[in-house]
Design a binder for this molecule. Structure first.
Ligand code: ZN
Length: 233
């Protein structure tokens, strides 16, 4: 079975469409979205509709939450606050009710899917190193926990001596970001797990970054959100 796992679309329709088009090539049997479908980008409704259509499993991200609940907004940067208010206005009431209905965690066999961390995901903390990943080793019973949130792809081995992906070992894997990568690579990222071959890979997909950026600026969103797409950071 091939499972495509993507995260942090951030209302970037061009990037999301490019990833969905790439599924024609990689042919996943199951599609998982790890949240932050909206926020920052100019096409929240369109992205939410596409994700609902194509993903079998969807969990909530902090920017999805910020679109229907402003109570934690003071913890966000000014740019993120502006974007959250713009997004809340752009989404329909039904779309916000749908986001509100999303779970923080989902499990499928020996896999756990969550936006931020396997313990207390609603606190929206970050896992940014192998050391931090190992602090969560006892926080979940499944073999692999897939995360997003930092927008930086990474494979963290919880088995101390492992140096590569193996179907026998435990991992926390960050699949990176579709719509706002922050690892210095502007291309949209998504993960592909093949449970038969016992392999995992991060795919990078080129998309029309100029169009996505211009839409952000035309929408009156902070210019930095459009500019940073070219840099991928
Ligand atoms: Zn995000």
């Amino acid at each position: 079975m091939r499972i495509a796992i993507f995260s942090d679309v951030h209302a970037n329709l061009e990037a999301l469409q490019a990833v969905l088009d790439d599924f024609e090539r990689t042919q996943p049997d199951t599609v998982v979205c790890l949240g932050d479908i909206v926020g920052y980008g100019a096409n929240p409704s369109q992205c939410l509709n596409l994700v609902r259509e194509h993903a079998d499993i969807i969990v909530l991200g902090n920017h999805d939450e910020a679109a229907f609940d402003f109570s934690k907004l003071d913890e966000y940067t000014e740019v993120a606050q502006t974007s959250a208010r713009w997004t809340a206005h752009a989404l329909s009431e039904e779309e916000k009710r749908y986001l509100k209905s999303l779970p923080f965690k989902m499990t499928s066999d020996d896999l756990l899917f969550v936006h931020s961390t396997p313990r207390n995901p609603q606190d929206w903390e970050y896992i940014l190193s192998a050391f931090e990943a190992r602090l969560y080793e006892s926080a979940f019973a499944e073999r692999v926990c897939f995360i997003g949130h930092s927008h930086v792809p990474a494979v963290y081995h919880l088995s101390p001596n492992a140096s590569h992906y193996s179907p026998n070992h435990r991992f926390i894997i960050n699949v990176g970001s579709v719509g706002q990568p922050r690892d210095g690579n502007w291309r949209a990222a998504y993960g592909l797990l093949d449970t038969v071959a016992g392999s995992f890979e991060i795919n990078r997909v080129e998309y029309d970054v100029r169009q996505a950026s211009e839409k952000i600026i035309d929408a009156g969103l902070p210019r930095i959100l459009g500019d940073r797409l070219f840099r991928g950071r």
